[in-house]
Design a protein around this ligand. Structure first.
Ligand code: CA
Length: 228
């Protein structure tokens, strides 16, 4: 199998080299870029599988790099994982809404970073289940075709919105969804769903899910995910 290619975009040389060293050791083919301009140039030419993108870059910043990569046919489908500092939740939300796959907060442990990148690359190869396929996670079974959820064999009494919300998150375990992505995905034609009401729906859903409720995780300042 061909080595997967990762482009590391980071202006701080020490961090870039640390990342390059750790990822090469895991068998990836690694390229480095020290600025947004360089990142865009290399990404177009190299067509990496994944871009590890520091958001704080001089000149063209990380979010703008993300936007341009997603607008370019040659780079639209590559995976993007943002590198961010603590307190950059607003940028994380903006990046996820631009199409980034995940983010890692500095300071990071190289071992955990490698595991996260591997998970993103794996997730991108496995298509999400078809919209009608049942999803089974531990004792929870979601039947989209029947609009039915079973917990330990017993049907749960969910509203249509709660059902859509649960189905959305459970289709992509581990994936963080921002409130606005959730609203866009589950809004009904008959009634509006606001970003605030997503929080309320989550609280209700957690209660109804009982022992599985803690799988619905709040990602502070960013959104929600279904823990694997
Ligand atoms: Ca930086």
């Amino acid at each position: 199998m061909a080595k997967e290619k990762i482009l590391v975009v980071e202006d701080e040389e020490d961090i870039r080299e640390l990342l390059r060293y750790n990822l090469s050791r895991e068998g990836y083919q690694v390229a480095g870029a020290a600025s947004g301009e360089e990142a865009l140039e290399i990404a177009g030419r190299l067509q990496p599988d994944l871009v590890l993108l520091d958001l704080m870059l001089p000149g063209v910043d990380g979010l703008e790099v993300c936007r341009r990569l997603k607008q370019d046919d040659r780079t639209r489908d590559l995976a993007i994982v943002m590198l961010t500092a603590k307190g950059e939740e607003a940028d994380i939300v903006a990046g996820l809404e631009l199409g980034a796959d995940d983010y890692i907060t500095k300071p990071f442990s190289p071992r955990i970073l490698v595991a996260r990148l591997r998970a993103v690359l794996r997730r991108r190869k496995t298509e999400p289940p078809p919209a009608t396929a049942p999803i089974r996670i531990h004792e929870l079974i979601i039947h989209p075709g029947r609009y039915e959820v079973l917990l330990e064999g017993r049907p749960l009494d969910l509203t249509a919105t709660e059902f859509r919300l649960l189905h959305l998150l459970a289709c992509r375990p581990g994936w963080v969804f921002t409130r606005s992505q959730i609203v866009n995905a589950i809004h009904g034609e008959d009634y509006p769903v606001s970003e605030r009401s997503v929080d309320v729906q989550i609280v209700n859903l957690r209660k109804k899910l009982g022992s599985m409720g803690n799988h619905l995780e709040t990602v502070r300042g960013v959104g929600y995910r279904f823990r694997e």
